[in-house]
Ligand binder design. Structure first.
Ligand code: GNR
Ligand code: NI
Length: 175
């Protein structure tokens, strides 16, 4: 297993449209392991492969909550070539964050429920109904596969402000 660097704004790789996974090779399994390690270390509840600079339609997720003792029952999930095949008309608002836009949080409105089709690590097809945090997270992650970030749903003013802040930080870091 290996920790990978998470790319952050204004890295233009975040705007790539990721390619379908054709076969689950040993390299893909290794990438999934590395993504889990990177996601848990961050920590985050979801990670798209492009966030570790791999433009593949591959997502890891773990929505497990800590219990009263502060322990977790890990619930690692892998989504390969996921597709949203239905969305509710009902919307819900959630305060989102993104490991590629560190320490910035804003409310985003999205369909409250979605139906998602995906392959698991063994190539088996699944279809699931997602709601609550699961619905928010899977939509956020599938957006990454299409080069879309949650700031794209904010006003141009807010988005420009965030882009400017991260561009300045990158320039300072390069000096
Ligand atoms: O860790 C994460 N938390 C989160 C919170 C609200 C909505 C979406 C997310 S996903 C984010 C990790 C991430 O950037 N995944 O792409
Ligand atoms: Ni994200």
């Amino acid at each position: 297993m290996a920790l990978k660097d998470i790319i952050i704004l204004p890295d233009t790789q975040l705007r790539l449209v990721s390619k379908p996974v054709e076969t689950v090779t040993p390299e893909v399994r290794q990438l999934v392991d590395d993504m889990f390690q990177t996601m848990y270390d961050a920590p985050g509840i979801g990670l798209a492969a492009i966030q570790v600079a791999q433009p593949l339609r591959l997502i890891t997720m773990d929505l497990a909550k800590r219990d009263e003792n502060g322990d977790t029952n890990p619930q690692p999930r892998v989504f390969i070539n996921p597709e949203i095949i239905a969305k509710s008309d009902e919307l819900s608002v959630y305060e989102e964050g993104c490991l590629s836009i560190p320490e910035y949080y804003e409310e985003v409105e999205r369909p409250a429920k979605v139906r998602v089709r995906f392959l698991d690590i063994n190539g088996k097809v699944h279809e699931e109904e997602a709601e609550g945090l699961y619905a928010t997270c899977i939509q956020h992650e599938i957006d990454h596969l299409n080069g879309v970030l949650f700031i794209d749903y904010l006003s141009k003013l807010k988005r420009d402000r965030v882009m400017k802040k991260f561009s300045k930080a990158a320039k300072r870091a390069a000096e």
